[in-house]
Write a protein that binds this ligand. Structure first.
Ligand SMILES: C[S@@+](CC[C@H](N)C(=O)[O-])C[C@H]1O[C@@H](n2cnc3c(N)ncnc32)[C@H](O)[C@@H]1O
Length: 304
């Protein structure tokens, strides 16, 4: 692991809305993972981080509960000179968010988040939390190596489908299905999750994505049939309070699982998905910027 030691000027502004409510003083950091061409410059709140590598990781100082945004800019060399691309990310303390600035070839499909598998102990808790019964059908959106649909079929005997667009993940998932002789229960499909019609088929949807991707999926998730449940590993769904939440103390660390019934997602529509009015630019600690090994499906470091 390569660490880059960089001094970063502090840019702190705290609005009234960002102060902790009474009794809510837990402060948590935000982790931003920024994917760029190796030679790009990355600026956060106009502050040059001087970080290096293809995957840059930044951690904020511990933040009080509230709504925050970061403005992240990548300066990328192109055929017509350097180009600056800026994104504003909407974060809450405790979030992990990924920002992908890698240039695309026309028509190129790239996963919206890098692969990381849910640990086995967390998969077991997730399936227990879903209260699966024989009629349930589980869909894992962004299934990686297929461990969630495979475990659901293997342990509960239910039908399950996994969707991914990473060829390596699809290959691994299909070989795990074959190795467990579960082809009659599990389908692994090469489909972009943002094109799926969720109104027919799944009664349980599982996600291990990013807060920003969960919010992007909300219009599709709200079309799930009555009684359906959505479970997200590690990430919130806008500011919609979950119906149930458990933290699993796994060997790899603590993982929080959030469950929403589709009725809850339908009831909370609108405000949760918009950019917050309270905008704060807290300091980012670029001393924790590092370059992990090239990610491969099934072999990835822990995010937090
Ligand atoms: C963090 S991994 C989670 C894997 C698995 N669900 C688990 O919990 O072990 C996210 C997966 O989503 C896939 N993915 C990202 N964007 C996608 C998209 N637009 N359509 C389909 N799959 C996508 C990635 O390739 C990756 O395998």
């Amino acid at each position: 692991m390569l660490r880059t030691l960089v001094a970063v000027a502090c840019l702190i502004g705290i609005s009234a809305d960002a102060r902790p409510a009474l009794g809510q003083s837990t402060r948590k950091t935000v982790i931003l993972e920024v994917l760029v061409p190796e030679d790009a410059r990355v600026l956060i709140e106009n502050n040059d981080t001087q970080s290096t590598g293809a995957i840059r990781r930044f951690e904020s100082p511990p933040l009080s509960p509230g709504k925050y945004t970061y403005t992240v800019t990548a300066i990328i060399a192109g055929p017509n000179g350097a180009e600056a691309v800026t994104r504003v990310v909407d974060v809450r303390p405790g979030d992990f968010e990924e920002i992908d600035f890698r240039p695309r070839r026309p028509g190129e499909r790239v996963p919206d988040v890098l692969f990381e598998g849910t640990p086995d102990a967390v998969v077991d808790e997730l399936l227990y939390l879903a209260r699966l019964s024989p009629g349930d059908v589980l869909w894992d959106l962004g299934c990686g190596d297929g461990r969630i649909p495979v475990a659901a079929a293997y342990k509960y005997g239910i039908k399950a489908r996994g969707f991914d667009i990473d060829p390596k993940c699809l290959e691994e998932a299909r070989s795990i299905v074959r190795a467990n002789s579960l082809g009659h229960l599990v389908d692994i499909e090469d489909r972009d999750i943002f094109t799926l019609d969720l109104s027919q088929g799944p009664t349980v949807v599982t996600l291990y994505l990013l807060p920003s991707l969960n919010v992007r999926l909300l219009p599709q998730l709200r079309k799930l049939p009555a009684g359906a449940r959505v479970i997200s590993v590690g990430h919130r769904m806008g500011d919609i309070p979950p119906d149930r939440q458990v933290t699993v103390d796994a060997e790899e660390g603590d993982y929080t699982l959030y469950l929403w019934r589709v009725e809850t997602l339908r009831r909370h529509s609108g405000a949760e998905e918009t950019t917050p009015t309270a905008q704060v630019a807290p300091a980012v600690d670029a001393t924790r910027s590092w370059v992990p090994p090239t990610p491969r499906c099934g072999k990835r470091f822990r995010r937090r």
